[in-house]
Design a protein around this ligand. Structure first.
Ligand code: COA
Length: 252
């Protein structure tokens, strides 16, 4: 099982657990995460959701083999997961140690609280893979940090540190790696003492304006992303990854 779920003391935890592949997320894993989020949203006993990875790796992003094998025209189960995340009306807290790549960073843009270890490295290297940003990141990242700093992350795909994530408003705080998960859990558990209706309505109000624009952007990005997946540029990037060589984009 590559996604572990557990509900304890009002907190539903979703743990990405595929360390042998650096927590790369497969289609089946997206489905499990979507189900867990939907179950948490529906369960009155759950007051908050906690998303985490393994010590030293949050996730290396979408499984690149799945990217290569996706049939044309099919919607990735990543959409179901991200819709469930964006639609979750309970607070979602993320605890990140190590790398958070691709959708690993994108999903943080839709969490309510994000705690990062001092060893965390975030990156959205979609262009390097012949792809484009996804799930609202082409809108949200420039809004958060301004166009020129967003260009470093989205056009060049430069990784950035935990403190840069805090500075950009993507994360709340940098903590020692061993403190991240316990701290995130303590924050999630605080919602046991708060009135759930007021929390739910406040989250809805905070997201109202942004969600309309985000959902529209997700549709547009999704169409371009699906085309890019089939592009010769992306095929070259995926092959290069598994052949452990540098991609050659000079021929395009
Ligand atoms: N999809 C599929 N497999 C992946 C993967 C991914 N996103 N990320 C890592 N793996 C696999 C590797 O192929 C390798 O498999 P193998 O042992 O069968 O050869 C294994 O996980 C370990 O990865 P490796 O690259 O050897 O680990 P590392 O510590 O040197 O580097 C990363 C870790 C995360 C920096 C590196 O794996 C990486 O850059 N991954 C791809 C990130 C990416 O581009 N994601 C997509 C974003 S849209």
């Amino acid at each position: 099982m590559s996604i572990k779920t557990a509900t304890l003391n009002g907190v539903a935890t979703i743990e990405i657990a595929r360390p042998e592949k650096k927590n790369a997320i497969t289609q089946a894993m997206y489905r499990s995460m979507a189900q867990a989020l939907e179950a948490a949203t529906a369960d009155a006993a759950v007051r908050a959701v906690l998303i985490t990875g393994q010590p030293g790796i949050f996730t290396s992003g979408n499984d690149i083999e799945d990217f290569m094998q996706r049939p044309a025209g099919s919607e990735s189960p990543a959409f179901g997961f991200m819709r469930a995340l964006i639609g979750c009306d309970k607070p979602v807290v993320a605890a990140v140690t190590g790398a958070a790549i691709g959708i690993g960073t994108t999903m943080l843009l839709h969490c309510d609280f994000v705690y990062v270890a001092d060893d965390a490295r975030l990156a959205m290297p979609f262009v390097s893979l012949g792809l484009v940003p996804e799930f609202g990141s082409s809108l949200i990242v420039p809004q958060l940090m301004g166009n020129v700093r967003a260009a470093e992350k989205l056009l060049l795909g430069d990784p950035f540190s935990a403190s840069a994530a805090v500075e950009a408003g993507i994360a709340n705080a940098v903590l020692p790696a061993t403190e991240v998960l316990p701290h995130a859990r303590r924050v999630a558990e605080r919602f046991n003492a708060l009135p759930p209706g007021a929390v739910r309505e406040t989250k809805r109000l905070m997201r109202r304006a942004r969600n309309a624009a985000t959902l529209e952007t997700i549709g547009i990005e999704g169409g371009v992303f699906a085309e890019r997946l089939l592009s010769p540029e992306a095929q070259e990037a995926f092959s290069a990854f598994f052949e452990k060589r540098k991609p050659d984009f000079a021929k395009f």
